[in-house]
Design a protein around this ligand. Sequence first.
Ligand SMILES: [Zn+2]
Length: 147
Amino acid sequence: MGLAPTGSYSPLKTAIGTQIRAPGLWSLPIPRPGFTPAWAPAIVTVMLRLTHAPNIAIATLWSDLLCEAGMPASVQRQYLSSVAGELPPSECLPEIWLRYAEHEERARALLHELQHLPQRHWRCQRCGEQIEGGFEQCWNCGALMPR
Ligand SMILES: [Zn+2]
């Protein structure tokens, strides 16, 4: 009397990988070591606001490129542009959010590259012509774009 019978329900005895239930509160799935279920990142990872983008097109481009590079990212606040003028400009710019904060360093390096692509206009060193667009050769004299 007064003692819990052996074999009574105990959350601590619940096998790892199944759910621990706290009656009346919540249930929390516990991932097995070395196994990360698809839903786990939403619970255990911290999303990171990486940067602002000047517009939605660029934000989407950056986000796509980050995803392709193995760093899941998303664009947030993209619908606030409709209320631009009522909010500070910095509140209206689309934001790039990283799914996994641990990707920050690699993601910033990638964005830095994107933001510092070689200038697409250049001056020909031979004839002085200003070349616009994607040309890598002077249309006037045929000289190659300086590297
Ligand atoms: Zn030229």
